[in-house]
Design a binder for this molecule. Structure first.
Ligand code: FAD
Length: 401
């Protein structure tokens, strides 16, 4: 482990967990990641290994069979996993968000029913807000849940579900207008439904279809899908928290921890890009010396390392803030914004250091180059992060004049 991206003040247990995950990444993920990615193949063996390590239950409380660890421990593990292969961190991310939402907002029965099996990785989570016509503007959601006796009937089309095919539990955000007079703010009439389903594609439950995988430029291996609901019957006790109208806030809470997670992924990918760049720069000779000895390349390495360090520090700060129980929307927004932008820049610099070989699929940097852009979009684009940051700053620094 190099000097960069160290985290001060960790407990012995945190250090042990992170170092175990790092060992797993070096041994089981990095050697096979690029090959699996090129084949767009789901990393079944890696997922089984992570299940055994308890990664799927890292933040689930011990009383439900998880490890009861903090967001910081979780984020540091995600950073390590993304360093190996970003797609694998995506497999864990939506699972973690759904488990977090259940822990924070679920009824006792929902926690008892789902969390122990989620901790074991038997039930795997996906979450679904986006639709074909919207992503950033969640308040414009059109999918509907209409009460029918004790049940709800769900209708609508969802888009971009990470783990849409492999998951067995999807937290789906729909509009439910009941009890809310016309003109109620849209975010007060949304509900999160806990939708259980079979894994796979096609009609996975009456009224619920998962068409095939979306073909993506990167972030391969992990499945990303649409989800179509046509009169999907969901019992009333599968409304998250038992009460309608709270879905928007529950999802935003989930996305807040998700943003720390995406920041951690950006940190991990940037670290790997730096490792590849600094190594290649010492191997490749031009004009009679290793390119690392040309000052222009040294400057690149210096900039890359500084970005790796800064992004890591902000990500750790955002995680620690949430762990104290405080809102971290400002810190998570900043960390996500900075880490994803820096990740893209560090990857691009490592790509340039590789010269023409960076363009060859034989070199790992080619994969990273296609993976980094996803982090600019997922869990809210840069513009959305800046909107959140700006809004919070104006609240904090209210003009006295
Ligand atoms: C690989 C992948 C996996 C995903 N996984 C999931 C998932 O698991 N679950 C899920 O629910 N969603 C998921 N998403 C969806 C993702 O969250 C959205 O793509 C993202 O929020 C952006 O929404 P959009 O694509 O509709 O872009 P739009 O909202 O249409 O935005 C288009 C552009 O306009 C900008 N823009 C929008 N509004 C404003 C504004 N007010 N001011 C300035 N600029 C603005 C945006 O920043 C962007 O540059 C995934 C997306 C991808 C690509």
């Amino acid at each position: 482990m190099g000097r960069l991206a160290q985290t001060e003040g960790l407990t012995d247990i945190q250090r042990e967990i992170v170092s175990t995950v790092r060992g797993f990444v070096d041994k089981e993920i990095i050697p096979v990641a690029t090959e699996l990615e090129h084949r767009d193949e789901y990393p079944t063996e890696i997922v089984e290994g992570l299940k055994e390590l308890g990664v799927f239950g890292l933040m689930i409380p011990e009383e439900y069979g998880g490890l009861g660890e903090s967001l910081l421990t979780y984020a540091l593990c995600v950073e390590e996993i993304a360093r190996g292969w970003m797609s694998v961190s995506g497999i864990i991310n939506t699972h973690f968000i759904v488990a977090y939402m259940l822990k924070q907002h679920g009824t006792q029965e929902q926690k008892d029913h789902f969390l122990p099996r989620m901790a074991a990785g038997e039930v795997r989570g996906a979450f679904s807000m986006s639709e074909p016509g919207l992503g950033s503007d969640v308040s414009a959601i059109t999918s509907k849940g209409v009460r029918d006796g004790d049940d709800f009937l769900l209708t609508g089309q969802k888009m971009w579900l990470t783990n849409g095919g492999t998951s067995t539990l999807v937290a789906v955000l729909c509009r439910t207008d009941e009890g809310h007079p016309e003109g109620t703010a849209p975010h007060k009439s949304m509900t999160t439904f806990l939708v259980e389903k079979e894994p796979g594609f096609g009609e996975v439950r009456p009224g619920l279809t998962i068409p095939g995988k979306i073909d993506k430029m990167g972030y391969k291996g992990v499945d990303t899908t649409e989800l179509i609901m046509d009169g999907l019957r969901i019992p009333g006790d599968r409304v998250l928290g038992g009460t309608t109208g709270r879905g928007f806030y529950q999802m935003m809470d989930g996305v807040e921890v998700g943003r720390v997670n995406v920041a951690a992924r950006g940190c991990g990918v940037a670290q790997r890009a730096f490792e590849l760049g600094v190594d290649y720069a010492q191997q490749r000779h031009t004009f009679g010396k290793p390119i690392a000895h040309h000052q222009a390349i040294q400057f690149k390495l210096a900039e890359m390392a500084t970005k790796v360090e800064a992004a890591h520090a902000m990500m750790v700060r955002a995680a620690r803030k949430k762990d104290t129980g405080e809102r971290n929307d400002l810190e998570a927004g900043m960390a996500k914004y900075l880490a994803s932008e820096y990740c893209k820049e560090v990857v691009e610099d490592a790509f340039r250091i590789h010269g023409g070989y960076g363009f060859s699929k034989e070199y790992e940097i080619e994969r990273l180059y296609r993976e980094a852009p996803m982090l600019l979009i997922g869990e809210g684009t840069a513009e959305i992060q800046k909107m959140i940051i700006g809004r919070r700053l104006l609240e904090e620094y209210r003009s006295q004049g």
